[in-house]
Design a protein around this ligand. Structure first.
Ligand code: DOR
Length: 441
């Protein structure tokens, strides 16, 4: 007689499993949401998922999304954003504070956390936003992934651009600081100078290489001066890569790159997508795109994010100057990378390092980012043979468009598990599943 399945246990059999040390064909046993054994022919006292022909990876952790909750649920809320994440194999996300109202104190943070517990189908963590005068809140808020500083203006009204304010934030406290590195004064100067240019091609000229480099250099100098943990968000230029290559030993600086900046490039992106391609910091020429890819491969850039920043198609189609910056991405980042792996440009182990292991390590998340005994069973099964085309209108993000519309990719997530529970299967999200708040050290 076969043993009765034990409630809450799952065995994933026959997959090729991306383990920290390499890929192996092993079974993975999950009990009470935790990986409890990895090995061959594990006892089948459980629900069995036959994953023959599939690859099992640690769930993707997207360390930068903007889910618009509170403030603009017609674009995205924590529920719809988390569903898009689940469909993209993303089991955890870190959400930015440029909401309306912005999340700049403990009260708003607690409200957001309570809301997330009710709405999110995957795991969640939140940044607290810096202003020139909320230092006490920044350092006393509990269990946040970090402090977000907009050094240059972008969507929303968060901005800390004065040197004295930046100095005060970097010099007080120990918590990770994540910067949107664009220099506000240079950006405004360029904006003035190019105010008569009405085409979107002005965008990367207003927010040019020097705008990014000057802000990144400033943040790096402050991090080195105060030995403060710094994460530079969405790196976009070869010049910044070179600067990071020259960092002294023992620095506390990490960085990330977005799939958009690795995939799209100017001038073609602006010609083809118009203001849909507008984001901050901007999409740049192939010189930068290629340099970012190389820096990622070389380990100068640590991880991949999406900066998922949904705006409605209607808003995005407005003329340059009126259209908002940002584009969705949480649902398409993993397939974009799997397609690259299929083309031989990177390995599944590298993808796992950039999209799961590194974000977990950089943000000091407990028990996430690896398939290892004792770790949370946040997992994604991918079919490396599946070919699909990204198509507007068929996405889970509420805005339901993608800058990658029409792109055919080989390699897709087919099943996503959060704490051992299947949240995405056969193209559908189980909206009853709930993620948990990520714990940070
Ligand atoms: O393009 C962007 N859009 N960059 C950001 O930093 C913010 C984002 C948004 O929230 O729309």
């Amino acid at each position: 007689m076969s043993p009765m399945p034990t409630k809450g246990t799952v065995t994933i059999r026959n997959a090729r499993v991306v383990l920290p040390g390499g890929i192996q064909q092993v079974d993975v046993l999950v009990k009470a949401g935790i990986i409890s054994a990895i090995g061959r022919d594990l006892p089948g006292q459980s629900e069995v998922i036959d994953a023959d022909g599939l690859v099992l990876m640690p769930g993707i952790i997207d360390p930068q999304v903007h889910f618009r909750d509170p403030g603009a649920p017609q674009k995205e809320d924590l529920h719809s954003g988390s569903c898009a994440a689940a469909a993209g194999g993303v089991t955890s996300f870190l959400d930015m504070p440029n909401n309306n109202p912005p999340v700049i104190d403990r009260i708003r943070l607690d409200v957001k956390k309570e809301d997330a517990a009710k709405k999110c189908v995957v795991n969640y963590g939140f940044f607290i936003g810096a202003t020139p005068d909320n230092l006490e809140e920044l350092n006393s808020a509990e269990n946040v992934c970090g402090i977000k500083i907009f050094m240059g203006s972008s969507t929303g009204n968060l901005l800390v651009s004065k040197d004295s304010d930046l100095e005060r934030i970097f010099s007080t406290g120990t918590r990770l600081i994540a910067v949107h590195a664009e220099d506000e004064s240079l950006l405004q100067e360029n904006s003035e100078m190019l105010s008569t240019v009405r085409e979107v091609e002005a965008h990367p000229r207003i927010r040019d290489e020097a705008v990014a480099l000057r802000a990144s250099e400033k943040a790096v100098a402050l991090s080195l001066k105060y030995q403060r943990r710094l994460h530079i968000l969405h790196l976009t230029t070869e010049e910044e890569v070179r600067m990071l290559q020259r960092l002294p030993r023992g620095h506390k600086i990490s960085t990330e790159v977005c799939t958009q900046h690795l995939t799209l490039s100017a001038p073609g992106c602006y010609r083809e997508l118009g203001t849909l391609a507008q984001m901050n910091p901007p999409l740049r020429t192939s010189r930068h795109r290629d340099s970012l890819w190389k820096a990622l491969k070389d380990g100068v850039i640590d991880c991949i994010a999406t900066d998922h920043a949904p705006h409605t198609l209607e808003e995005k189609k407005r003329p340059y100057g009126e259209a908002p910056s940002g584009m969705p991405g949480v649902e398409t980042s993993l397939p974009l990378m799997l397609d690259r792996a299929n083309r031989g440009e990177c390995s599944l182990l590298e993808i796992s390092k950039w999209m799961s292991e590194a974000p977990a390590r950089l943000y000091e998340m407990f028990n996430k980012g690896r398939i290892e005994v004792g770790y949370d069973a946040d997992l994604v099964l991918v079919d490396m043979e599946q070919t699909k085309t990204i198509t507007n209108g068929q996405l889970h993000t509420r805005v339901n468009w993608s800058p990658f519309h029409g792109m055919q990719l080989k390699g897709w997530p087919v099943r996503t598990l959060v704490h051992g529970k299947t949240v995405f299967l056969d193209g559908k999200v189980d909206t009853k599943v709930r993620g948990r708040e990520i714990r940070f050290a």
